[in-house]
Design a protein around this ligand. Sequence first.
Ligand SMILES: Nc1ncnc2c1ncn2[C@@H]1O[C@H](COP(=O)(O)OP(=O)(O)OP(=O)(O)O)[C@@H](O)[C@H]1O
Ligand SMILES: [Mg+2]
Length: 215
Amino acid sequence: MFSILVVNPKGGAGKTTIATNLAGYLAGKRQRVVIKDMDRQRSAARWLARRPRGFPEIRGALPDTDPKIVADYAPQWLIIDAPAGVHDKALAELVRDADAVIVPVATSVFDFEATSDFLAELATLKPVKDGKRAIAVIGSRVDSRTVAASDLDAFLEPLSIDVVTHVRDSQLYVHAARDGLTIFDQPRSRAHEAWEDWPPLLEWLQSVVIPRSSR
Ligand SMILES: Nc1ncnc2c1ncn2[C@@H]1O[C@H](COP(=O)(O)OP(=O)(O)OP(=O)(O)O)[C@@H](O)[C@H]1O
Ligand SMILES: [Mg+2]
């Protein structure tokens, strides 16, 4: 099992949107996926409860779900949707238990400032310092080839962090969330442009999973 923590203490950064869509993408590739909702708002768990029958199966877990139930399903992927405001010991524990970390960043100056502090905190954690956690930053609700995307790149440049992809601002995400779906559950004719934002993230994921599984 490979576990991916989706985290940014800034509220509304796009964590649940990225976590649910990544879960949907992997499930669509016939992978066994569990999405673990660590947020008291239960956005991911409620999304899963709305998921209609007939779409690729995704199982859910909550912080108090018996680990044996998850283990019995033998998921290939565990996606952890972190709450806003996670810092200090709670953050250290989440990062300790994950194989990889995805940090969605929205493109306001408030998001940049909060995320900058967060990335600095992340860098102090032992598994990160030891180079044992792959970290991907992704632009959230931003079209590549826009000023906002360049602003994000410029903000991250001094930190020597690349943006793996930009996930565009699209009502497809909003509608999919409402219906318990992902953009990958929607017809190609409607969603193909939004799909284009995802291959770089999936390639990054492959690049970090392969070295780990050959360890
Ligand atoms: N790419 C996108 N296009 C359009 N709307 C988006 C996109 N990503 C997120 N949103 C919307 O922005 C809002 C915040 O997104 P989301 O809930 O995923 O963030 P979050 O980081 O999980 O928030 P919280 O910190 O409250 O858990 C939601 O209304 C969501 O539907
Ligand atoms: Mg959320």
